[in-house]
Design a protein around this ligand. Structure first.
Ligand SMILES: N[C@@H](CCC(=O)N[C@@H](CS)C(=O)NCC(=O)O)C(=O)O
Length: 209
């Protein structure tokens, strides 16, 4: 398998998932700042021209970070990162989707249309400055909601590490790379992130790529 990867929370989510699963893959780094992902060649692999893309040994191409993680969970079930029963899997997916839709998407769109505008406007559709501010505020409100849901727990669900924890951590870390930090009062998430930081898979965030 080959992973087309870059800076950013989505490929780094898959890379953390791979480390947690003990799976080695060849990694091809694309510099999204200089637009290596915009080549005609890469567009053949991923029509969205985003990372990550996982190329399987039979040539099949998988995209969308959580879909790639689902595939890896099915093909490498140990350690369990999504769930051992249909109920557990549903619970993990529920959290991963909530965090993605209610937090990660507004946060990313808010950043692209706000502070990240000079970098993103020439490359993709971005929302207006006004909408960006609203999206960022919405995401921060939902971070505080997630903080409450987490409470004193160490993990988002099942009392153990799951995909939902990795999604949460990756978007907290992404914020850190672009000058954002968790909203004041998100003490449970601050503690959660500090604990996640100790995992060997968090090393991915300390590398240049
Ligand atoms: N929904 C996609 C989002 C992928 C995405 O937006 N990836 C970013 C990196 S984190 C990217 O490739 N951006 C391309 C660019 O900025 O040109 C996923 O979950 O994989």
């Amino acid at each position: 398998m080959k992973l087309y990867s870059s800076l950013g929370p989505n490929p780094r989510l898959v890379r953390m998932f791979l480390v947690e699963k003990n799976i080695d893959v060849e990694r091809i780094h694309l510099d999204i700042i200089t637009g290596e992902n915009r080549s005609a060649d890469y567009a053949q692999k991923n029509v969205m021209q985003t990372t990550p893309t996982l190329e399987l040994d039979d040539g099949m191409l998988l995209t969308e970070s959580t879909v790639i993680c689902e595939y890896l969970e099915e093909t490498h079930p140990d350690p369990v990162m999504i769930g051992s029963t249909p109920q557990e899997r549903a619970e993990t997916r529920r959290w991963a989707r909530r965090i993605d839709q209610e937090i990660a998407i507004p946060m990313t769109m808010g950043f692209r249309g706000g502070a990240g505008r000079p970098m993103f406007e020439p490359r993709m559709n971005v929302v207006s400055q006004e909408a960006a501010a609203e999206l960022s505020a919405m995401s921060d409100k939902h971070w505080l909601w997630l903080d409450e849901q987490l409470g004193s727990k160490d993990h988002i669900c099942h009392g153990k590490l799951t995909l939902a924890d990795l999604v949460t951590f990756c978007f907290i870390k992404f914020g850190g790379t672009v000058g954002w930090s968790l909203p004041a009062g998100a003490n449970n998430l601050t503690r959660f992130a500090a604990k996640m930081e100790e995992r060997p898979s968090a090393e991915i965030w300390r590398g240049e790529e």
